[in-house]
Design a protein around this ligand. Sequence first.
Ligand code: GDP
Length: 713
Amino acid sequence: FMMLTKQLIEVRNILKTVNQNCSALQLPSIVVIGSQSSGKSSVLEAIVGHEFLPKGNNMVTRRPIELTLVHTPNAEEEYGEFPEIGINNVTDFTQIQRTLSDLNMSVSESECISTDPIELKIYSPTVPDLTLIDLPGYIQVINRKQPPILKRKIVELCDRYIVEPNIILAISSADVDLANSEALTHSRKVDPYGKRTIGVITKMDLVDPEKGVDLLINNDYPLELGYVGMVCKPPGKSGFSRQLSLTQKSDQYFRSNPIFHQPDVQVGLTALKKRLTTILEENMGQNLYGIVDAVQNELEEVRYQYKVQYNDRHITAESYTADIMDTLKHQFKEFSNNFGKAEVREEIQNMLEEKIMEICKELYYDDPKVAAFPSLCLKDLVWKSKVDMSSAALTKSGIGRATTQLVVDIVLDELREIASKEPFTYHESTCDKIIDFSSKLLKKKFHTTVDQVENTIKPLKFEVECTDLEWERGKERAINLVDRHIQESQKKLQDIRSQVGRRKLRTAVKYLRHQNQKKINSHKPVTPTPTPKKEETKPSDETLIPEQLSTSLDNLEEEEEAQILKKEMTKPRQYNPILIEKAKEAMELRKEIAVLKGRAAALRSRQCSGSNGKSCCPEAFLSVISQKLANSAVMFIQIELLNEFMFQFPREVDNKLYYDLSREQVNQFACENPTIRRHIELQKRKDALELVMDKLVYLVRRQNELIRRKELN
Ligand code: GDP
């Protein structure tokens, strides 16, 4: 019949796992109070059957101990656990004692008392199902080292616990006048009629048996729940003899004297245990309906939230994780579908085109005589040979490595892009893992791919044949390329203009030109240089060197600027170094635009068609080569690198991000997403409350049956 307490303790533990510490669901506990040295620890240890509480003079109890006793009828072993700190299965009770001592001592002496309880569960076939709370003993005199507020703090702590519906176990020593009993004084404050206080008189061996019996059938301080007499240490002995069980030792004293055998007198450990379980059980019974109501309310609220917020959709950490992996694989699939041969070729070609521009800049555009190139390209041997140099520069620039790296970078960038969006933003370490194993997969294939590409392009390093059609296409691409670069440079120039201001920029440019001129003059002091005005007399575009070309481009508002410049020159002032930098940049850009415009015109002219094209239009020729390079490279990159990677990636996702994870890790992963964490938590709470409700319904039915049977008798 004693099962309500056990079941309700279980209920409480279930609710605790889902942080459901709602006060309405609080179950009654037995709170143990008494002054220091009243024998409180001895009584608790007698109940548990082991020494396990810290001993010492120096305030060893600084935190409440919430002691849950679990009766395990068929178990052979007794053990304790500290669920909050994750210490389980401690079979050595001195170890429990040590742990309790450490946990108590973690509260500093100046703080003296902490309200944060220590949770301890003890499983044993000899203990009843009980929840006991051990509190620091009341003190009368504080010692020198203890802070003066200690006394008050202990009272305050005990006051928090001796509230309803808890049962008070008030411990008083037989050899101290009960009028002075701290335990009774404090319990009377909250329970004046002793409806929920049970008195324990310890050290019965220290008074005459007659006086002892008088204390137990106490009429001066009556308690409805009565008194129980205890002896926890037989007289004359300094400690318990180890062979006898604690119960035997405790009860021996009373057995020997018939005065204790009266029906109204309750003595000994067996009686105490029985009294406590009965009282707790009755109390639980009285509280049962209230608890059911509270759980019912809570459950309804949680069900409502679950419906409103999550539409009753069930989710688990596993299903979420699997979903995420599917999303990842799906997004990757989409990417790989859109990143076929054509796209890879396009990317490689773009990269090679940038290379073409770099080569042309170095070999042609930066040459001061570039403006004369269209006329030099056929006559001048040096200029003629440049095209072979440039094609070698392109084919021998490490195309294998560069193209493979390019594709690797694109793939990794794409993965980073996927990782930067929801829901992956919550899972940073997972994203790191993705990049990590992808890099490794790609790296494994990197070198063979590079070698393969180099091998296939080898013929192009020696000779490039080119059909008319290829030439036309190459030319077209080259024109687009040059046009694009013109636009880019114009855009940059435009940006500088709007940053600095058109006028300011122009003045600074003029100033720079003036400075340059001065430098040139100082190098050639003998021959007087003609003024810029004179030089501007219509040079033909063909023979212009870039410097002059760009000068001719801005002769707007010439007069006005000349005025400003004059002023600036006569009263020299410090130019802002940033402005000077910008002006230099602008001059470079102008020069570049002029050259490129010349090249665009040349590429469109007759000069670029027919047999002369190659030497006179290196851009077109290099474009033809780049197309051939891209075509060859793409095949092997596709076969060696991408196909393999696209195939392996989803498998790695499954292995590394899902199957490799423990349950714990899957949970952790899912909870990284706050929405999912809340969802799972609410769901767990709902599940726990539903389970608890089932148990409670069963208990209520039983309880009702018991009551009906009692009424029938
Ligand atoms: P606490 O400070 O209230 O926890 O009290 P303890 O349980 O530590 O006991 C205080 C002292 O009283 C110890 O020296 C115990 O040995 C002694 N004591 C406890 N119970 C008895 C008893 O039944 N008879 C006698 N003679 N001494 C006892």
